[in-house]
Design a protein around this ligand. Sequence first.
Ligand code: PLP
Length: 371
Amino acid sequence: MRSIYLDHNGTTPMNALVKEAFLDVLGPAYNASSIHSEGRKARGILEAARKAVLTMADAPAGAKLVFTASGTEANSLAIRGLDGRQAFVSAIEHPSVLRTGVKNEAVIVPVTAEGTISLEALEKLLQHKRKAPLISIMLANNETGIIQPVKEVVALAQRYGGLVHTDAVQGFGKMPVSFKELGVDLMTISAHKFGGPQGAAALIVRDGLTLNPQLLGGGQEQGWRSGTENVAAIHAFGIAARLAAPQWDISTQALRDQLEQQIQAFAPETLVIGQNQPRLPNTSLIAMRNVTSETQLIHFDTHGIALSAGSACSSGKIEASHVLRAMQIPDEVSKTVIRVSLGQGNTEADIQACITAWQQLYTNVNKEKAA
Ligand code: PLP
């Protein structure tokens, strides 16, 4: 049976050119802090990758980039690393922002039923700030794909002396991303979401800001994140960034729209979360009424199709999504969603196979109900 991968928001397969670059550097004794020539070579590799990622993120002159081991770590550094600020985080952030925020007494900002941060609520909360604010708002949500009004948040933040961090982990490689145009102060990017390896990510920081390091040691990464850098993964990260940023094309969106239209043609009651909102072109969060996400995932898996429920959990257990709860979507609905997330290499045949499997389950369930 052919296997079809439709879970690119979870992680992406490594791009073949990126893998080649990764393997080229994997092996030799590369420590970028060493003075010898191997060390200097490693330093050169790191700095080239740093420059590539900064360029592809369209970061302003003087911006710094800290390599981390994951998007989770970069998010945590952004929230914890700016001393003396009061954090404000949206209710739909990835747990790496939300849980870190909660631990640090952040104010949780509600979202509208449309799945975007409530600018009205944010403004009211900022009026009662206790300290200079740091607002963390994701660029695009990992479950729904809904794109957040980051520029508007920045404009609001500036009126209250606030800084803005954006978690661009899902946006980068799937939509145009410009640090400069968004006007943010900090941005997180993670390589494995756009054809790069797992274990390499970055926090980009506007010039003039200083981070309080969360890991102390040898003083790598300008003292902001100690620990020997993962040279091969970072090298591959740089290559993946160069390839991903300009390559995203609208054919993915056409396939995604085709999937939604065909499903809704035979099952009009099917809900596509955020269907009329600006969304990532590859993401579709679909609720098949009365069939649990688990049942659907097992069914798709037996047809060789890998996709996920909206929220993945490390335990493998599916719980009602905090994102959908924040959007006031009842748990009965959110327990029936599956997330289809497309990527480079998916074809119309993949989508047709997904529609056929979907239709089969839907027909079976309705037959059982009628019997
Ligand atoms: N932020 C968002 C929006 C994500 O979707 C993810 C991963 O799913 C992360 C952060 C965490 O990134 P990483 O897997 O590199 O820790």
